[in-house]
Design a protein around this ligand. Structure first.
Ligand SMILES: *Cc1c(COP(=O)(O)O)cnc(C)c1O
Length: 239
């Protein structure tokens, strides 16, 4: 099998899982955006994805993503939207704002300010999602603000020039004995989203769900899935 065929098969498998999960949940598959997370995979793989109809790709490290986005602009004519899905250091905000349209893990005021300043260099606003910590009591911090702190950060994004508040994002908590399972955690995220949407009707995006838990995320109302290994295979190195 060529790499292109491998990726096509992975993509078809994930699309079938999404269709099945939507049908179980009574949702329209068109209401779910699949973001192919391409971290650690080469630009050539992104070009295959683009030619297979993927429009949204996700990365989590600026030093890897910036040259990849540039290479892809030369490799493929298909339009791509780049999503930054990882922890973002403030000093990388300027670089990320050059090629990313959406930043998923906004979790502190300093980052809001840095992204707002960086957005001055681009023609369009940077779309921001507030990362929510769905298990704030665990020792293993996966980033994000506690649910009770979401509205303050959302207000800061909403007020920041050059930024658009799009919604919330979360990563399922690490499994632990008395911690929440993905379904419980994503249900909590849906509640946080509903409260946010009351105040900001356009901030309706819910970014949740990865290769292992996309069904639970779709069931809980996720609008954006971030899927890497189920499409592209095992990552050659940690990322
Ligand atoms: C790597 C990553 C993903 C994709 O994970 P898979 O298990 O490979 O699907 C999703 N979200 C974030 C934040 C990631 O870092």
């Amino acid at each position: 099998m060529s790499r292109r065929e491998e990726i096509a098969a992975g993509l078809a498998g994930v699309r079938a899982r999404i269709d099945q999960a939507c049908s179980t949940a009574g949702r329209d598959p068109a209401s779910v955006v699949l973001i192919a997370v391409t971290k650690t995979f080469p630009a050539a793989d992104v070009a295959h994805l683009a030619e297979l109809g993927v429009q949204d790709v996700g990365e989590n490290k600026d030093q890897e993503a910036a040259p990849k986005a540039q290479a892809c602009a030369e490799l493929t004519a298909a339009p791509l939207r780049w999503h930054f899905v990882g922890q973002l250091q403030t000093n990388k905000a300027r670089s990320v704002a050059r090629y990313c349209d959406v930043v998923h893990a906004v979790d502190r005021l300093r980052l809001v300010k840095a992204l707002s300043r960086a957005s001055a260099d681009r023609p369009r606003s940077v779309e921001c999602l507030v990362q929510v910590d769905l298990d704030p009591h665990s020792g293993e911090h996966r980033g994000g603000v506690a649910p009770g702190k979401v509205s303050d950060l959302a207000a800061a994004i909403d007020a920041a020039p050059g930024l658009v508040l799009r919604g919330v994002m979360a990563v399922a908590p690490y499994p632990r004995a008395d911690g929440p399972d993905p379904a419980t955690a994503f249900a909590r995220l849906a509640e946080v989203s509903a409260a946010l949407v009351q105040r900001y009707p356009a901030a309706s995006a819910i970014s949740a769900g990865m290769s292992g838990d996309l069904e639970a995320a779709v069931a809980a109302g996720a609008t954006h899935l971030r899927v890497g290994s189920a499409i592209l295979g095992h990552r050659p190195s940690p990322g």
